[in-house]
Design a protein around this ligand. Structure first.
Ligand SMILES: Nc1ncnc2c1ncn2[C@@H]1O[C@H](COP(=O)(O)OP(=O)(O)OP(=O)(O)O)[C@@H](O)[C@H]1O
Length: 248
């Protein structure tokens, strides 16, 4: 890469350069490109939304950016480390210590209480996290009273807030969110979005895939994907701007 941003003294948390990702079309079928040369950077404190038509490659971009999916070609750097050159363990450690994920499906363990679900990743990662920190994470998402409830006794919005508390308790530098409000009603979705929107305010970055124009309009920057390339990039757009960029 010609001018690495951190070499110029500009902190960048996530950087992709000419990212290409291809998948085989069915078993033994031809390999088709889904991402066809994407270059983007995300700085600390930024909220970046990724929008675009269904199948344009939004989730694939998120998974490649976060190191969950290997790139077919091009470079992905997380906190200045080139993902493709890391060992599987080093990548897992980097993700564990710096990255958080929020999915549309909350992925909570049904047999564990909200508090236990929040504590689990830290325990698995052998990270010290106090009971006070766990309680604070649940309080931050407004679920103090539900701390001992199991997911089955919580609404979808509450479950997503537990999932968010689970991520935020580990204080990741970058939070990746894939349609985090996609399964929620308007009010629950707005609550989850309000909480997510605080992440960049705390100096961390939030990268969120969404179909929700209003949600995208809260981002500092919106990447509009079409057919696996960045079709438009918008700064502080309105929901109407986002709609126009997706459809035109
Ligand atoms: N693991 C995979 N194997 C094969 N093809 C895949 C895989 N993951 C994604 N694809 C294909 O890549 C294309 C883009 O998928 P992706 O989920 O990234 O799009 P998207 O923009 O997030 O779509 P949506 O808005 O519907 O969620 C689709 O055609 C999809 O079928």
């Amino acid at each position: 890469m010609s001018s690495r941003s951190w070499e110029r003294g500009v902190p960048v948390l996530v950087e992709v350069e000419n990212l290409v990702k291809s998948f085989p079309l069915g078993r033994g079928g031809p390999v088709v490109p889904v991402l066809r040369g994407i270059t983007a950077q995300v700085s600390p404190g930024e909220f970046v939304a990724v929008v675009g038509p269904s199948g344009s490659g939004k989730s694939t971009l998120l998974y490649c950016m976060s190191g969950l999916e290997p790139a077919t070609a091009g470079e992905v750097r997380l906190l200045g480390r080139t993902v493709g050159s890391l060992s599987r363990n080093a990548l897992a450690t980097l993700r564990r210590d710096h990255i958080g994920f929020v999915f549309q499906s909350y992925n909570l363990i049904p047999s564990l209480t909200a508090r236990e679900n929040v504590a689990l990743p830290a325990r698995l990662a052998r990270r010290r996290i106090s009971a006070t920190e766990i309680d604070q994470a649940l309080a931050d998402v407004g679920l103090t009273e539900q701390a001992s409830h199991r997911p089955g006794a919580l609404s979808g919005g509450q479950q997503q807030r537990v999932a968010l508390a689970r991520v935020l308790a580990l204080r990741p530098d970058v939070v990746f969110a894939d349609e985090p409000t996609g399964a929620l009603d308007t009010e629950s979705g707005a609550q989850v979005l309000d909480l997510l929107a605080k992440v960049p305010g705390d100096g961390r970055s939030l990268i969120m895939v969404t179909h929700d124009l209003q949600a995208a309009a809260r981002a500092d920057r919106v990447l509009v994907l079409r057919d696996g390339v960045i079709h438009r990039e918008l700064d502080h757009p309105s929901a109407d701007d986002v709609f126009t960029a997706i459809t035109c």
